[in-house]
Design a protein around this ligand. Structure first.
Ligand SMILES: CCCCCCCC/C=C\CCCCCCCC(=O)OC[C@H](COP(=O)(O)O[C@@H]1[C@H](O)[C@H](OP(=O)(O)O)[C@@H](O)[C@H](O)[C@H]1O)OC(=O)CCCCCCC/C=C\CCCCCCCC
Ligand SMILES: Nc1ccn([C@@H]2O[C@H](COP(=O)(O)O)[C@@H](O)[C@H]2O)c(=O)n1
Ligand SMILES: [Mg+2]
Ligand SMILES: [Mg+2]
Length: 216
């Protein structure tokens, strides 16, 4: 949903910044790499220590590079298969670090193994959501459904909740509950998304097989 509705807005807002980076001689691949490195560093340096506010600020600063790199590539007429592969592959790395950082907090000082397991489930299920589409496309099937919880939803819900939960450390009472609520929502939503995509690919595979049988 966000991918559909928010992307146009962010493209307009980020285009001048993307042009500036291109004029400075920076490549889209460099932005992809630096954005991922910053997101991973922010997640793994702050989240395991329970510093959710500062972790979220750092990750947010870097994660928008994922919208800037493609914008730069399109403006420069340099969109490439390698760039698409690099972008999608490093998306998985950044997502893993975010949920691993949260899981490490709950496995350590956060002292809640159930929430650690939910965070790990979000990590794994998010990867499977993306894999369903990648594998279907490699088989020539479109996987023509976005599903309930795509990457943008996973990131926005988790980061908004983590950022606000981090305010607990500054004395705001009860707000730390937002993070467990968000994790449960993402876990259930991601699981539903996997099912939505699997059912869609099953239908598409059956339709493709029927079309093949007709032509024989
Ligand atoms: C005092 C309170 C402090 C709290 C501070 C919190 C502030 C931070 C809060 C939120 C920031 C969230 C930012 C998230 C930005 C996400 C941007 C992004 O990277 O989106 C990626 C997404 C997909 O990009 P791609 O096409 O490159 O990736 C594809 C995707 O990964 C597919 O995965 P799948 O979906 O299948 O799992 C892969 O299949 C495919 O391979 C891959 O190519 O891009 C978009 O979707 C574009 C839309 C982005 C929408 C961003 C909306 C941000 C909205 C609000 C942010 C600000 C909110 C501030 C709230 C503050 C609250 C107090
Ligand atoms: N280093 C890169 C990054 C991206 N691309 C191209 O942009 C597409 C992704 O666009 P986003 O707005 O989601 O970033 C990707 O499929 C590539 O075509 C690139 O060429 N090089
Ligand atoms: Mg990108
Ligand atoms: Mg991306």
């Amino acid at each position: 949903m966000l991918n559909k509705y928010a992307r146009a807005f962010f493209t307009r807002v980020l285009t001048p910044f993307a042009s500036m980076l291109l004029r400075a001689g920076i490549s889209p691949d460099a932005v992809t790499l630096i954005g991922t490195a910053g997101s991973v560093a922010g997640a793994l340096a702050f989240f395991p220590r329970g510093e959710f506010f500062w972790g979220t600020i750092v990750i947010t600063l870097f994660i928008f590079s994922d919208l800037v790199d493609g914008n730069m590539a399109r403006q420069a007429g340099r969109s490439s298969k390698w760039g698409a592969f690099l972008d999608s592959t490093l998306d998985r790395v950044a997502d893993s670090a975010i949920f691993a950082g949260i899981a490490m907090w709950y496995a350590g000082k956060g002292d809640n193994l159930a929430l650690c397991a939910v965070a790990l489930f979000c990590l794994a299920c998010g990867q499977v959501v993306s894999y369903t589409k990648a594998r279907a496309e490699s088989l020539g099937l479109p996987c023509d459904v976005s599903g309930l919880v795509e990457r943008a939803e996973r990131l926005v819900v988790t980061l908004v909740a983590a950022g606000l939960a981090g305010l607990h450390g500054f004395g705001v009472p009860y707000i730390d509950w937002l993070l467990p609520i968000a994790l449960w929502l993402i876990a259930v939503g991601s699981f539903i998304t996997v099912l939505q995509r699997m059912l869609t690919v099953r239908r598409e595979a059956a339709e493709a097989a029927a079309r093949e049988a007709e032509t024989v």
